[in-house]
Design a protein around this ligand. Sequence first.
Ligand code: MG
Ligand code: ZN
Length: 537
Amino acid sequence: MNIRKTTVGAGLVASSLMLAACAPMQSAPKAPEKAKNVIMIIGDGMGPQQIGLLLAYAKQAPNSVIANGTTAFDRIAANGNMGISMTHANNNLVVDSAASATQLATGQLAGAEMIGADKDGNSAESILEKAKKLGKSTGLVSDTRITHATPAGFGAHQSHRSRENEIAVDLLNNNVDVMLSGGLRYWIPESANDEQSAARQELEALSEGSVRIKSKRKDNRNLIAEAQQKDYNLAFNRSQMAQADGKILGLFAYSALPNAITENQTKNDPGRTIPTLKEMSEKAIGSLSQNEEGFFLMIEAGQIDWAGHYNDTGTMLHEMLRLNETLNYVLDWAEGRDDTLIVVTADHETGGFGFSYSANDLPHGRDLPGNVFKEQQFKPAFNFGDVATLDTLYEQKSSYGDIFYSQFDALENDQKTPANLARIVNAETGFDITEAQAARVLATEDNPFYTKGHQYLSSKTVPKMDVNGAFFVYQTDDNRQNLLAREVAEQQNVVWATGSHTNTPVLVFTQGPGDTTAPFGKVLHHTEVGQQAIDAL
Ligand code: MG
Ligand code: ZN
């Protein structure tokens, strides 16, 4: 697993001697190079299928917004190495984002839902902490919350991913130089919930009213004030971020940043206060790259996973486009440099997504000019999907989450009818549903998995999942979204297997100096991906 050891191992030395004997002009293999900087980009929930959705859109959509159909994945694949990596947690088949981030960050096996610990529960040093020791600068960027599982795996050590108050303290103690994300609610004192409190007024002033001030802490620690004492420059909106330099703590939302449909719709809005994932990445690289010793930066596109959990294909396409834009920026920045290892991967696949052929809306026969079809029409037995579907997916105006939480749930109780749900869905998406379909989306049942006190399974009544209900674990409201996805499956030629994660091995794209990328071009486990990134620093 260690690049150096394997490369100079006895077997390889012997074979290189043989090579030298056959080809005397060839020079001996160079010692593996190190990278001054490592940038790890994680698409949360971005299995090969999710990349496949982006590629299909880029290359097949009649009105694709991607110039020449060339994605950032095309670029990095042409520059470097590609591998495939298993993601499972210790003794499990599947992984969650916390254990997966931990494995990528530490190179060690972790248990499910752990943060920064090895399988026995010991604190494990992360690549970010190693970079610090080497005198490098460090950064974490995410479009979710800075305390969410993926960034936490790199900068915290906690028994469970849900301990976000404690994770915020760990991130601060770790002195991560640049942190740009959402999740202000874990950084401000409980007393800020009192509208008259001094803490509240101070935070309102500091943030220029850009972020909702509401705390989820159970104590009165003001981590924002503590960060200031540790010489962090604070940013709560785009213009503050633009002015900040050096150590930066940027928290731009109460919880997560906007989803990618909203981000795309508001991108050119002059009053926009929340930076895009690309803008945060640009800021982080600009600041971290001032350190002559180099830097480690983790950038997460974290909401690919959320669209996957909800089985919301149109939103997932936009989330992939958000990652694509960010990765294109990073590749532009790295162009012509020979000192930066870029590792792009996912923590796992979410949803078991795929376009699929069906018995719905069978194709009509049509004539083809070719000689093979002189006597017979071209008439496949099944519906293999129309590429125009990709454009319709792109045109979705609201995420399924917004359709339910912002629109349907905001209706008066007597207005929460199937007819009104159908009206909203049909206005916001290009895949119309009928009132009867909307009624199935809103149908409920006694919770077959009811578990008293459980974070997600404690509702007595839940949306009615006829098939595989055990895999749709975020029951209460979210499963209405999964049911909506089932109703439009035939129109979209899209199927989803689950509301949780699958073990589908994920792709690993790398580019970097010398032979730093060579060890990533094979079948791996994420502990090896992590260890090789650590070794390259
Ligand atoms: Mg994540
Ligand atoms: Zn997930």
